[in-house]
Design a protein around this ligand. Structure first.
Ligand SMILES: Nc1ncnc2c1ncn2[C@@H]1O[C@H](COP(=O)(O)OP(=O)(O)OP(=O)(O)O)[C@@H](O)[C@H]1O
Length: 224
């Protein structure tokens, strides 16, 4: 579904991704693990179109995404929960969740349907929806950010270090939500980054390891 073809990227003149060549197949849950600074966030940002490529290309269903900006990638069904998860404090959680779909000008009925599905996948959202985006703890914010990523991410969901800092109970609920998502939707691809691979337990089908911007030696070019 999503192919990453030998991409490299630089920040402030330093190469932080080096010829990454891999694939995010439909119906899989992939982990991208690596130490702090290995390039995990940069890889997700590159997929989202938030990071210019120095070389290589990214394609989705065979279409080169080079000319597709971030909002256009959301329109293709790619959702992203960044590590810093920003909820708009003057909006309710529900408004925060609806926002990516409002921006995409999706019909109201479709947005309602997606919200219903997000709540089915992440039941803790139900009580959070009427609350202010400013009134969430760090852990609750991560749960809400997962919900928001699901609103756009009908095909591919990118989650940046979601387990970092989550209390064990919330981490286990978060993992349950990802399992439920896959039960409800056998085609969706979920990519989770993590610096501590033990937090992922048995969740991933495959794991890619990044070391200083490179895929570790012996890594499968395409994870299935
Ligand atoms: N705004 C920035 N300015 C300069 N260098 C940056 C910036 N953002 C990232 N980098 C550098 O790019 C490299 C990759 O960073 P990235 O955030 O992708 O790593 P990461 O694997 O997600 O790390 P973490 O687990 O700490 O989030 C690091 O060496 C980092 O220092």
């Amino acid at each position: 579904m999503l192919k990453i073809n030998r991409i490299s990227a630089r920040i402030a003149g330093i190469t932080v991704l080096r010829k990454i060549d891999t694939e995010f197949p439909a119906g899989s849950l992939l982990a991208v693990v690596g130490r702090n600074g290995a390039g995990k966030t940069t890889l997700l940002r590159a997929v989202m179109g938030l990071m210019p490529l120095q070389e290589g290309s990214i394609s989705f269903d065979g279409r080169d995404l080079a000319s597709v900006p971030a909002h256009g990638r959301a329109a293709l069904g790619i959702g992203y929960a960044p590590e810093d998860r920003v909820m708009f404090p003057t909006f309710t959680v529900e408004e925060n969740l609806r926002l990516p779909c409002d921006v995409l000008k999706l019909p109201r009925a479709e947005i309602d349907r997606r919200l219903e599905k997000a709540v089915a996948v992440v039941p803790q959202l139900k009580d959070m929806l009427p609350r202010s985006g400013a009134a969430l703890s760090g852990g609750q914010g991560k749960i809400a950010a997962l919900g928001r990523a699901l609103m756009a991410g009908t095909r591919l969901v990118l989650l940046d270090e979601p387990f970092q800092g989550l209390a064990p109970v919330l981490a286990s609920q978060y993992g349950e939500s990802l399992r439920r998502l896959r039960e409800m939707d056998s085609e969706v691809c979920v990519v989770v980054t993590e610096s501590n691979r033990s937090l992922l337990r048995d969740l991933p089908d495959a794991t890619l390891t990044l070391e200083r911007g490179e895929l570790a030696v012996g890594e499968p070019a395409a994870a299935h």
